[in-house]
Design a protein around this ligand. Structure first.
Ligand SMILES: Cc1cc2nc3c(=O)[nH]c(=O)nc-3n(C[C@H](O)[C@H](O)[C@H](O)COP(=O)(O)O)c2cc1C
Length: 392
C-alpha cells in the first residue's frame, strides 16, 4: 500500500516524522508532500530520513527541470492520500477547489481515497467556515477525522491532532477496508482457442482492467481468487489460476464457485466466443484457401447465472458502437446486476492501454460515468460503486 502523506502548516506537523515511521513499520510505502508553511514547523530532512524518499514541495513542483507534472506522477504512484495535520487553511482551500501549491493541486485532482486529520486551535475548529468546509468535504466522500480534546499549542480544547499511533491505526483499518470478509472472484484477460499445436485464436484483451479490479479489491481487504488468461501477471495477488480456453475458464469458474463460495463475481475477462476444431498435426502451408469452421463457445456469464442465480455479477461490455444501448441489452439478456461499458473503438482507452473511460450501469438503471483516467483509478471507482450497490 502506497501512501502520499501531505503535511500542512500546523504546530502538529512536528508529529509527521513519527506518522511516517509508524506507517513504514506497518509496511506502507510513503512519499511526503510538504506545504511551504509546514516547513516552518518540521524539517524536510527528518521526513526524508524517515520516509526513505525525497521530500516533495513547491520548489520541486515548479522546478524548470521537471519533465512530468509531479502531482500526476504522485497520483499514479499512490493508493491513498493522507493529510496530517490538515490546517484550517488547507481544508478551506480543498472545500472550494483552490489549488495554489503542490499539496492543494494534489488534493484537488486526487481521485482515490483521501483521509484528512485536522489540527488547529479550538477557536478555529469551531469557526463557521471550518465547520462548513469539513461538512462539504465529508459530503464529497473525503474522510475527515475529528481532532481530539487536549493540550493545544496554546491552552486546551478540541483541535489536537490524534497521536501518530492512532492515526496509523485509523489509516490501517480504513485500508483493510470495506471489502474485508468478502470473497470475490475476478476474471481477466483473453482466452485462447488452439487451432493446431502452434496456432491459436484470441483477442486483444490485455487483462489490465481485470487485474486492476482484483488488486483494488485485495487492497480493500477482499479475499480474491483471480482467474486469468495466459500472459496476465500479478505479484500482488496470491490466489490465482491461469486458464487457456473459454471452456476451461468456465469449468474452473464453476469449480471455484462451489469451493470458494464468492459473494461477487467480476467478469472482466474477454473469453473468445468461437473455437475451431483442434487439429493434432500442424496445418501445412499447402492450400491456397484454408477454411476454419468455428463453433460457438458457451456464454460463461449465462451458464453461471443459470446455475447460481443469487451470485452477484459485474459484467463488462466492450463495445465499438451504441455503447450504452448495447451494454444495457447485455445486462438484461444475461440477467446480471451491474455492467461496465467501455468504448473499444478509441485508441487512447480500453484494450492494451493503461487508461479507460467507462459507464457503470446497474439493473435498477443507475448510471455512473467514470471519465478517462488510469485503469487503477477506474478499478477503484468501479469496486466502490459495486460495494455501495450490493452491500449498502
Ligand atoms: C505557531 C503557529 C501555529 C499554527 N498552528 C496552526 C494549526 O495548528 N492549525 C492551523 O490550521 N493553522 C495553524 N497556524 C496557521 C497556519 O500555519 C496558516 O494558516 C498557514 O497559512 C497554513 O498554510 P498551509 O495550509 O499552506 O500549510 C499556525 C501558525 C503559527 C504561526
Amino acid at each position: 500500500m502506497k501512501v502520499v502523506l501531505g503535511v500542512s502548516g500546523s504546530i502538529a506537523a512536528v508529529k509527521a516524522p513519527f506518522i511516517v515511521r509508524r506507517l513504514k513499520e506497518k509496511g506502507f510505502e510513503v512519499k511526503v508532500v510538504l506545504s511551504e508553511k509546514a516547513k516552518r514547523f518540521v524539517t524536510p530532512l527528518s521526513l526524508s530520513i524517515f520516509s526513505g524518499n525525497e521530500i516533495l514541495d513547491d520548489d520541486k513542483y515548479f522546478s524548470p527541470d521537471i519533465t512530468h507534472e509531479l502531482h500526476l506522477q504522485l497520483e499514479q504512484w499512490g493508493d491513498l492520500l493522507v493529510v496530517a495535520p490538515a490546517s484550517a487553511n488547507f481544508l478551506a482551500k480543498c472545500s472550494v477547489g483552490l489549488a495554489d501549491d503542490l499539496l492543494t493541486v494534489l488534493a484537488l485532482s486526487w481521485n482515490k481515497r483521501k483521509i484528512f486529520f485536522p489540527a488547529m486551535h479550538s477557536s478555529m475548529w469551531k469557526a463557521y467556515r471550518v465547520r462548513k468546509a469539513v461538512a462539504e468535504l465529508r459530503e464529497e466522500g473525503v474522510i475527515v477525522c475529528d481532532p481530539k480534546e487536549g493540550a493545544l499549542a496554546v491552552g486546551t480544547g478540541v483541535g489536537r491532532m490524534a497521536e501518530p499511533e492512532e492515526i496509523v491505526d485509523t489509516i490501517s483499518s480504513i485500508c483493510q477496508g470495506r471489502w474485508k470478509g468478502k470473497r470475490v472472484i475476478v476474471t481477466a484477460g483473453a482466452t485462447r482457442e488452439p487451432i493446431d499445436p502452434v496456432r491459436f485464436i484470441t483477442n486483444r484483451s490485455s487483462g489490465k482492467m481485470g487485474l486492476a479490479i482484483a488488486e483494488a479489491l485485495a487492497l480493500q481487504g477482499a479475499e480474491v481468487l483471480f482467474i486469468h488468461g495466459v500472459g496476465v501477471h500479478s505479484n500482488n495477488l496470491e490466489n490465482k489460476i491461469e486458464v487457456a480456453t473459454t471452456k476451461e475458464m468456465l469449468s474452473v469458474l464453476l469449480n471455484s464457485i462451489d469451493k470458494f463460495d464468492p459473494s461477487v463475481l467480476f467478469m472482466a475477462a474477454a473469453p473468445v466466443d468461437y473455437a475451431p476444431e483442434y487439429r493434432k498435426e500442424k496445418i501445412k502451408k499447402t492450400q491456397k484457401l484454408l477454411t476454419l469452421e468455428l463453433t460457438r463457445n458457451p456464454d460463461i456469464i449465462m451458464e453461471i447465472k443459470s446455475r447460481y442465480p443469487n451470485l452477484k455479477v459485474v459484467g463488462f461490455a466492450a463495445e465499438s458502437s451504441d455503447i450504452i444501448e448495447n451494454a444495457c441489452t447485455k445486462l438484461l439478456e444475461k440477467g446480471i446486476e451491474i455492467i461496465v461499458a467501455n468504448d473499444i473503438s478509441r485508441k487512447d482507452i480500453g484494450f492494451t492501454t493503461d487508461y479507460n473511460e467507462v459507464t457503470v450501469i446497474t439493473e435498477k438503471g443507475n448510471r455512473f460515468f467514470i471519465p478517462k483516467t488510469t485503469k487503477k483509478e477506474v478499478a477503484y471507482k468501479i469496486v466502490n460503486i459495486a460495494f455501495e450497490y450490493f452491500f449498502n
